[in-house]
Ligand binder design. Structure first.
Ligand SMILES: Cc1ncc(COP(=O)(O)O)c(C=O)c1O
Length: 393
């Protein structure tokens, strides 16, 4: 044995990686995965299986021998189907040269950050926000700066002046999700236009996460950055099949980028995943072409879940829910008198077997909040809420 072998291998990891907290929702849920007694409302996924027509298209593609490397941006049929889908959905046409398929929304965000941001740079993140974004920025060695949305009686509101004040010469990107996770908040078009102006004036990239764009309870689709931006604006849109098509385990997503970046994105994909699973892309094509009914079903399923959960929350005196979510799959509510959201989640888990996510993972101002995913069968949600009512007395 050499002198060096007594060093723990972990110490050889980059400090930026070692310093990232391992305390996250998955860690909280560790050990509870196979426990059927627990009603798991902590993750951003429901209990609806991927619809059969998507699975059939994937099986068929395997049987047809679609098992070889994919073009790095995606097979032409996928990019064509996506261009048709987005052109039909949004106000401006989107060409296939602007699409890159990815293995989920997460890798699309990772590519967006790697493309724009490096060591010494910073990314302005609008919170409350899904904590994975912060982790990605830390992995590339950059700093995160958070700008909190304000919770008003009309819901969550973003003051773009605060975003501008948080930016400096090292800011490379502004990240937000609309509808948001955990808030479900939808950025109004006027606010999106202000952000676009800020980006155009400063050269800072806008990364718009539109993963929940088909899950607004009263709209077919929420306003997209695609509606207001030009193809060569510094705008990257990330999206995923995980939520609206119930494909979390498949890992399939996409990015819409400026046309001039197509070859660069292909290069970046080559040096990371070397392409997204070829036969899965056929599932994506089926989802885009034949999935409208299912997308509407998922939205209605979530709306029903939201109503069950919010009706019950309204009956718990300690819960403060100023406005019901208008989109997405989460209730994000405050508990009067709670000071440690993680401990509260552990206590609720121990006493009631309901898995919730602590607010403190979603931003500094969210310590008094808990997040609950309501994309689940009504009987399970009723049971979970009965247990919560007892736990939060
Ligand atoms: C806001 C947001 N963006 C991106 C994702 C990533 O989705 P996936 O990687 O499963 O496609 C999620 C998943 O929870 C999310 O909530």
């Amino acid at each position: 044995m050499s002198d060096h072998t007594h060093h723990l291998a972990l110490e050889g990891a980059r400090p930026q990686i070692r310093n990232i907290s391992l305390d996250n929702i998955a860690a909280l849920a560790k050990g509870a995965f196979d426990n059927d007694e627990i009603i798991p409302l902590w993750f951003g996924e429901g209990d609806v299986k991927t619809p059969a027509f998507i699975g059939d298209a994937i099986y068929q593609a395997i049987q047809d021998g679609k098992v070889f490397y994919s073009h790095q941006n995606g097979i032409p049929e996928f990019r064509g189907a996506m261009a048709d889908y987005l052109t039909g959905l949004n106000e401006k046409p989107v060409g296939p040269e602007r699409i890159t398929v990815t293995s989920g929304g997460m890798p699309a965000i990772m590519l967006a950050i790697q493309l724009t941001t490096g060591e010494g740079d910073n990314v302005v993140i609008i919170d409350p926000v899904w904590p994975n974004i912060t982790g990605i920025v830390q992995i590339v060695g950059a700093e995160t700066r958070s700008v909190a949305m304000d919770l008003t009686d009309d819901g969550w509101a973003l003051d773009v002046d605060k975003v501008a004040a948080a930016c400096d010469s090292h800011t490379k990107a502004i990240f937000f999700a609309s509808p948001g996770n955990p808030t479900g908040a939808i950025l109004p078009v006027a606010v999106q236009k202000q952000l676009l102006e800020l980006g155009r004036k400063t050269g800072i990239w806008i990364i718009s996460d539109e993963v929940y764009c088909r899950m607004a309870f009263d709209q077919n689709v929420v306003p997209s950055f695609l509606d207001i931006s030009e193809p060569e604006d510094r705008v990257l849109i990330v999206n995923s099949f995980s939520k609206s098509w119930s494909m979390t385990g498949s890992r399939l997503g996409w990015m819409v980028h400026p046309p001039s970046l197509a070859a660069t994105m292909a290069m970046m994909v080559q040096y990371t995943s070397s392409g997204t699973t070829t036969y899965l892309q056929y599932g994506g094509i089926a989802a885009l072409r034949d999935g409208e009914e299912f997308v509407k079903f998922m939205k209605d399923y979530c709306r029903t879940g939201m109503e069950i959960v919010c009706d019950a929350l309204d009956e718990i005196p300690r819960v403060i829910l100023r406005r019901r979510p208008v989109a997405g799959m989460y209730a994000f509510f405050e508990i009067d008198g709670m000071t440690d959201s993680k401990q509260a989640c552990l206590d609720i888990l121990a006493s009631s077997n309901v898995g919730l996510a602590p607010g403190h993972f979603f931003g500094k101002g969210s310590e008094k909040f808990l997040r609950l995913c309501f994309c689940r069968a009504p009987d399970q949600l009723h049971m979970a809420m009965d247990r919560l009512k007892a736990a939060l007395k």
